[in-house]
Design a protein around this ligand. Structure first.
Ligand code: 9WN
Length: 421
């Protein structure tokens, strides 16, 4: 087998191994359940293995959708002692059990890609038609419950909701969250070197928030008013924006078209407020601290995500493309999750430095949209080089390309099948 065939075979094997029967775990051991944005990216990989299976990934995730439309960040399809905090900590009633927070909503965009690229068009139409009402309810939930004052930006209440858990962007806001005093036992450190994971001090605050949601009966109004962690995450808002635009498009090809005026209005409102998050000196967009009503001055890869949602001006896109090229000089093995120039940069610690393949792909997709094909291709080449060098790890040291975190990782394998091989 040549090198390429070997990489393809390995990636497909990873999806099959991590398949627990209709849903794919991110990696065995470390993450034994179905995660929201992982499921979206992983479905894209299944497209190259088994189209029907790609659609099942979404259907399984939506089994966890709440009455109010929310799609949880984890759906606990079966029990496992490998992960903390599990369903006994969240205490959400429902079958299957789930968490009470969500994750960056990239499902609609992944559904669109799979719908357009699948070969079995009849299957795709049937599956799309069934998924549309669920996707619409999910997006409506974001705007209704997470932006109740119609500011144009949705709120996040937990670093886990950003999917970029220990990003230095959240450090100051997280300091306002008390540390739990009750004992608990982390399980992630049984699987991964502690130098590549969040600190205990951060976990103490993550767990406080889990208790806070439960003690506030998961009531969105109480949480909006009182949650000590309250951010407006630029990356999540960009993912939502792109998803809504894709959903509006999908409504035109679905067998039954519905009134999308409310989602159209939400997308238009977001377009109005994104410019306020642009930082003219850093050449990227910033996250926002809701309670202090100001932007958070930390440069993260999430700040480039408005490329992916088509929310930047051509001038801003050109400045971001140039900035990305500079980051790649300092960290040549994929786009660093935190700027290598930030004092908080840490090449191996999770979202404080390492590069993540699905982020590289989304940003490259945005760069292409704005005509920066050269930088998009550079991101593709460096991403390809790290899997050749290190295999399908969860994330990679952006300076050395060393694989970090969990190995045989589903979304890394999926993005490789879709974008790199
Ligand atoms: C908490 C599954 C998830 C990803 C996140 C990543 C990590 C979980 C954890 O793993 O988060 O949700 O326990 O560390 O940060 O982006 O979805 O792969």
């Amino acid at each position: 087998m040549n090198k390429l065939d070997n990489l393809v075979a390995q990636a497909k094997d990873i999806l099959r191994t991590n398949d627990l029967g209709g849903y794919t775990v991110p990696t065995k051991g470390l993450y034994p359940f179905q995660w929201n944005w992982d499921a979206g990216v992983t479905a894209l990989g299944w497209l190259y293995v088994d189209e029907l299976r790609a659609w099942t990934e979404f259907e399984k995730l939506f089994e966890g959708q709440w009455e109010n439309g929310m799609v949880p960040h984890i759906v606990f399809h079966q029990e496992s002692d490998d992960y903390f905090p599990g369903p006994d900590q969240w205490k959400v009633e429902g079958n299957p059990p789930s968490t009470s927070i969500s994750q960056p909503p990239l499902l609609a965009t992944m559904v669109r890609i799979i719908y357009e690229q699948s070969k079995d068009k009849e299957l795709a139409q049937t599956k799309l038609d069934a998924l549309m009402p669920k996707l619409i309810r999910y997006h409506e939930w974001w705007y209704r419950e997470r932006d109740p004052e119609n500011t144009g930006l949705v709120s996040s209440y937990h670093p886990w909701e950003s999917g970029m858990d220990n990003s230095p962007a959240w450090d100051d806001v997280l300091q306002r969250v008390p540390q739990v005093t009750r004992p608990y036992q982390r399980r992630d450190l049984n699987h991964v070197d502690s130098k590549q994971r969040p600190l205990k001090e951060q976990y103490d605050r993550y767990i406080y928030l889990v208790d806070f949601f439960r003690e506030n009966d998961f009531d969105y109004q109480k949480i909006y008013q009182n949650c000590p962690f309250h951010t407006q995450d630029i990356s999540l808002n960009a993912v939502l924006q792109r998803g809504t635009l894709d959903l509006i498009h999908l409504n035109k090809v679905a067998s039954v078209a519905v009134d999308m005026s409310s989602l159209e209005a939400s997308a238009a409102k977001a377009e109005e407020v994104f410019p306020a998050l642009w930082d003219a000196e850093r050449h990227l967009f910033l996250n926002r601290d809701h309670d202090l009503a100001k932007t958070i001055p930390v440069s993260t890869s999430g700040g480039f995500m408005p490329l992916y949602s088509y929310s930047a001006t051509p001038e801003q896109a050109a400045l971001m493309a140039a900035e990305i090229k500079e980051w790649l000089v300092l960290g040549p093995s994929g786009l660093a999750s935190t700027s290598p120039l930030e004092s908080t940069f840490d090449a191996k610690r999770y979202w404080r430095g390492p590069s993540w393949l699905h982020i590289n792909w989304m940003i490259a997709d945005g760069l292409k949209h704005y005509g920066h094909d050269d930088v998009a291709e550079q991101l593709r080449q460096v991403s390809r080089a790290i899997i050749e060098q290190s295999g399908y790890f969860e994330y990679f040291d952006p300076i050395t390309g060393e694989g970090c975190g969990g190995k045989d990782f589903s979304w890394t394998a999926a993005i490789a099948l879709h974008w790199l091989l």
